[in-house]
Design a protein around this ligand. Structure first.
Ligand SMILES: Cc1cc2nc3c(=O)[nH]c(=O)nc-3n(C[C@H](O)[C@H](O)[C@H](O)COP(=O)(O)O)c2cc1C
Length: 338
């Protein structure tokens, strides 16, 4: 039963291979501060046996939020609330990372203007972003760096850079949203430059023994966009600066996606094999046998369960109980699992 065995990545030692992926809860105040809900929400998944919890997309700047109720990490004032989440999760024997994010042209907060690599809106329901100048690109790179420093100050065990789902970094990566003519647009190397600069600055402040995860969308499912082959190239260009790739897909443009249980696993498997990096698989996975198949066949190192964990915080404990796998249950709950 490999999925419930330990896994180590640098100094991060996980008790099992199950991950709670980042999921926006739209529950912060307008200042982006964490509150009781976030503490209970994340701590209960830790008590429920999840090996690694990744806190939802957290904005590196106000107009980098997806909504006005996202968590923020653009100010030192955010550290205290985030630290409380970390301490609660640690108290219940869990490990916790945070996804730092900039929504780019998909920002729907109340901020005055939004930004993107090019002045092209996501759809006619979204605002047209201002094309980032080189100075503003530099400023944004440093916002990721400052966010990483604060994440470490708050005590997070891992950091995840949000490079997926059509948000700012993904917008630079994809030719569908990046039409720049300077060194940040055009060739694959140029489109990766913004991400590379972020990773290089993050590494300046993020401790060597804590892993860096990169979330990617491995397929735009649209002609002229990123496909698996291009994503392999992208990951190869940054793999010296990251420790694990969290493989999702879609979101740069609205596209028809054929979804089914595990529909993104082959993407995680290909990146793991072709780029020789650990991966997290995600996407409509909820059954123990399915998780076991992915991990035991070496298709991905970790498996994330999103909506399944929203429905059932104690999913991991229940899976272990039903399958007769010997794991440690919280002392208070032991009698429920005799
Ligand atoms: C309510 C909700 C919020 C989400 N927010 C984020 C997010 O903040 N960052 C992110 O990278 N993905 C986000 N996602 C995507 C999930 O991390 C995950 O990839 C997706 O739900 C597919 O996994 P599942 O089928 O196990 O739910 C969100 C998904 C849901 C359902």
């Amino acid at each position: 039963m490999k999925s419930l065995t330990e896994y180590s990545l640098k100094g991060l030692n996980l008790k099992n291979r199950i991950v709670m992926p980042p999921m926006c809860m739209y529950s912060a105040d307008e200042e982006g501060k964490a509150n009781d809900f976030h503490e209970v929400h994340y701590a209960s998944r830790a008590a429920g046996g999840v090996g690694l919890i990744i806190v939802e997309a957290t904005g590196v700047t106000p107009n980098g939020r997806i909504s006005s109720n996202d968590l923020g990490i653009w100010s030192d004032e955010h550290i205290e609330g985030l630290k409380r989440i970390v301490e609660k999760v640690h108290a219940y024997d869990g490990k916790i990372g945070i996804q730092i994010s900039h929504a780019g042209r998909k920002c729907q907060s109340n901020d005055e203007y939004i930004v993107g690599p090019s002045a092209i809106s996501y759809s006619d329901k979204y605002r047209v972003p201002r094309e980032l100048s080189k100075d503003h690109i530099r400023k944004t790179v440093l916002q990721f760096k400052d966010a990483a420093k604060r994440a470490n100050d708050a005590g997070f065990d891992m950091i995840e850079i949000h490079g997926a789902h059509g948000y700012l970094i993904n917008e630079f990566l994809s030719p569908l949203s990046n039409r720049r003519n300077d060194q940040y647009g055009g060739s694959c190397e140029n489109r990766v430059r913004f991400l590379k600069e972020i990773l290089s600055e993050v590494k300046e402040v993020w401790p060597d023994d804590k892993p860096i995860s990169l979330r990617v969308s491995a397929d735009d499912y649209t002609e002229g966009g990123i496909d698996k082959a291009e994503m392999i190239k992208i990951v190869n260009l940054v793999k010296e600066d990251i420790d694990i790739v969290h493989v999702s897909s879609g979101g740069v443009v609205s596209a028809k996606i054929d979804t089914f249980p595990g529909y993104q696993v082959t993407h995680a498997e290909t990146i793991k094999k072709m780029c020789n990096v650990p991966t997290i698989a995600v996407g409509l996975i909820k059954d123990y046998d399915h998780i076991e198949e992915i991990v035991a066949n070496g298709r991905a190192d970790l498996v994330a369960l999103g909506r399944a964990l929203l429905r059932e915080p104690y999913l991991v404990l229940n899976m272990a109980y039903e399958k007769g796998v010997d794991i440690s249950f919280p002392r208070q709950y032991e009698r429920g699992f005799l």
